[in-house]
Each structure stands twice: as structure tokens, then as C-alpha cells.
Design a protein around this ligand. Sequence first.
Ligand SMILES: C[S@@+](CC[C@H](N)C(=O)[O-])C[C@H]1O[C@@H](n2cnc3c(N)ncnc32)[C@H](O)[C@@H]1O
Length: 427
Amino acid sequence: MPPLLTWDTKSQPPPIQGQIKTESLVFPKGVDYTPLAATDFASNRLILGDNLAVMSALLPQYEESIPLIYADPPFFSNRRYPARIGRGEDSRKPKEWQLAEGYADHWEDIDAYLDMLYPRLVLMHRLLSPTGTFYLHLDWHANAYARLLLDEIFGAEQFLNEIIWVYHGPSPIRSAFNRKHDTILVYTKSEKYTFNVDAVRQPYDPTTIKTFASSKKAGFGKIPDLARGKVPEDWWYFPVVARLHNERTGYPTQKPLALMERIILASSNTGDAVADFFCGSGTTASAAMKLGRNFITSDVTWRAIHTTKKRLLSENCAPFVYQIFKSGENTAINNPPTQTASPELSAMIRLVNETIEIDPTLLPSLDFWEAGIYTPDQIYHSVAQAVRPLKKKTAPDRLSIPWELAKQPLWIRLTQIDDEQVQLKLD
Ligand SMILES: C[S@@+](CC[C@H](N)C(=O)[O-])C[C@H]1O[C@@H](n2cnc3c(N)ncnc32)[C@H](O)[C@@H]1O
């Protein structure tokens, strides 16, 4: 019998009653807009909700079918992470930061943390396809516990790698070595799995190339294919996002795109679904999109969903569906909203031919604004969006919309940097 991690409250909670409901379809920049039904549209999904409920609700459709799942849950660090909003992504302009609630990684004890992690790992294992790969990103706080849980759930023989991601950064620590690495545990569902080695090869170090140029025997008879490049080691260096000014979204503990790209290139193929149920700022969705994969991604906070949506919109993303897990019996989404915007606000936005113009005084408080229609099933189709570019003060003050839509009742949604969303019908 292999060693098993146990604690008093270890259990698999029953599924939460409820449904994933489609709130909107998002057509970034209105590209290829056709009024599709939500069911024809769901290859890219952004879902708001606790992932225990979200994953349970996805099981009937996705059990044993997702080729790659990456998870970057809270680390058991017992900290609360604020988000920087507004121009928070610009580290050189501290006067323009505003802080808002990001997410909490706060637990009564390790049992409470494992009560969160364990049932979610079980669900991710169930959703993973028979040839799929699972990456669990943690650090020293909980990786030892997680290794035992994954051995139990996947089988110790399915362990593929322990990846060490190393980075630099300031630290107040004076009584130990600086803790500057994370651990990514990698498990496969079976012996047969995707590993695209040629997609992740790296150039050999110049000194290695020089050594082999001077002596073919330098590798004790093994001559590497210097032109093809080497298979990366299981320790990776990528700078942290704090040092990557063009990637920063202001969301806490955001992971670098390069890290996600290596994982996605190695362990999935073009057109595959890549899932991340702890999406934060949407790094996985963004990397998946850029590499021609589809994404299924979720988070429990509106701030994370808002950040991900904004990020995808500013990256010419393919269309995606935005969904919400609704618990209980009444799972309806209140679309369109019952409360209407004030006449003063409505007067500040107008349609001139096929262009919507917004009064510039509204812009400083907005992260993005969008125009769209409600279809008879009360789903919002967002067909044009104006997004505040990273590190810029405001979003554009006008939006062009597809001409055939200019004749329909148009709804404008304003997403404010402090998380508020206001909607109004354009008269
Ligand atoms: C470490 S962050 C993820 C960061 C992300 N990888 C990125 O690059 O931005 C963890 C995320 O998990 C989310 N989270 C925590 N508990 C959750 C739950 N039960 N369901 C869904 N999301 C959850 C938090 O809101 C937070 O955004």
C-alpha cells in the first residue's frame, strides 16, 4: 500500500446544485459577427464561479476530454493579495495606482487548505482526457502535500516531471536563503500522452557549441544535434511579471506568458482545449489563444474575470462565451438589466451613423466599454469594444459597429475600473 495523505476532514463533497448559464457572447472587434446560438459557440469559455461547482457542471460535457489542464491555485501562503487597478499595471507611475481586492490565500490551517485543493484535483483528473497532461503550480508552502495527493489521484507511476521555475526579485529575508522558485508538478493520465519535444527545444549554450566545435569527443561519444537544439531541463528561468512591463495587468501573482507558452506547446496540439480553472488574469487563455488552442477558464472573483476579459479583448482574441455558474433552483440571469441608466448618462453616449461616440469625461473611470444587442434568448452579443490599452490613461472615445446592427436596439455596457458595470439602451 503506497503512503496516503490523510487528515480529519478529508472528503469529496457532493456536487453543488446549479447550472452554467451563458451571459454573453463576445466578438472581439466585431470580427466575423454572425448571431450564433450560444451552444454553437462554446469552444472558448470564460466562466465566473467557484471551480468546484463549475467543474462538476462541466463533467457531463467534458469528462475525460480535456487534453491539457493547468492549475495555479492559492499556494497556502496565508496572505491576501490586492490588485492594482486603473493604471496599476504601470509600475513607474505609483501615483496612478489604486488598490482593490484581488484574492485571498488565507486558511485556518492546512486541513482547510487541503479541503479546498483535494476535491478540485479529483475533478480535474476526471476532466482530463485519457492522453492528457496536468500541471499543478505551487511553491514550498504546499507542494509536498500536493505531491502525495497527486500520487493518490493519478497514481505515482503517472508522475512526469517536477519543474522548478526560478526567478529573481527583491525579498526582505535575512535569516534564510531567498525563496525564489516555484514548483510545477506534472502528471499524465496514462502512459500515452502528448509531448511535442521539437516545439520546445532551445538553442544550446554558446560554450557547448564551442566545446563540440573544438572536440567531437567532448560528450564522451554522444554528439548532440547542435542545430536542432536541446530538450529543456526541468528547471526553467523566466522573469517574473513584475519585470515584464508589457505583460502586467495589475492582477496579483500573474504568471509569465512564456512559462504558459512552453507548457501549452509541449503538452497540447493546435485546436485542443486547454483548461485553467484558477485563471486569475487569464494568462493561460491568452497563451492558448495565441498558439491556436481553445480555452476553458474560470475564476471565482469578478475582478479576475474582468481582467481576463479585458486582456482577451485587447489581444484580438477569437470569439468567446462568457458564462456564470448560478446555484440553486432559480438559475436565470437578469438580462437585460431591469434598472436603466440615468438620463444624464444616456445623454453622454450617442450613435452617429455607424459610430458610437462617448463623452470623454466618462473615460477616466472606465477599463473598457462595449456595444451590442440582446437576442431573444436574452443573451448579450458584444460586437464592438473600446479597451483602455495597457499603461494608457483612457479607452478610445468612439466605436464603429457593423452597419446591419446600427438599425437594431443597441445596448452599451461600461465596465469601470472599480468593477462596477453599467448598461444602457441607446435611443
Ligand atoms: C495564483 S492566482 C492565478 C494567477 C494566474 N495564473 C495568472 O497568471 O494570473 C489564483 C486564482 O485562483 C482563484 N481562485 C481561488 N479559489 C478559487 C475557486 N474556488 N474557484 C475558482 N477560482 C479560485 C483566485 O481568485 C485567483 O485569481
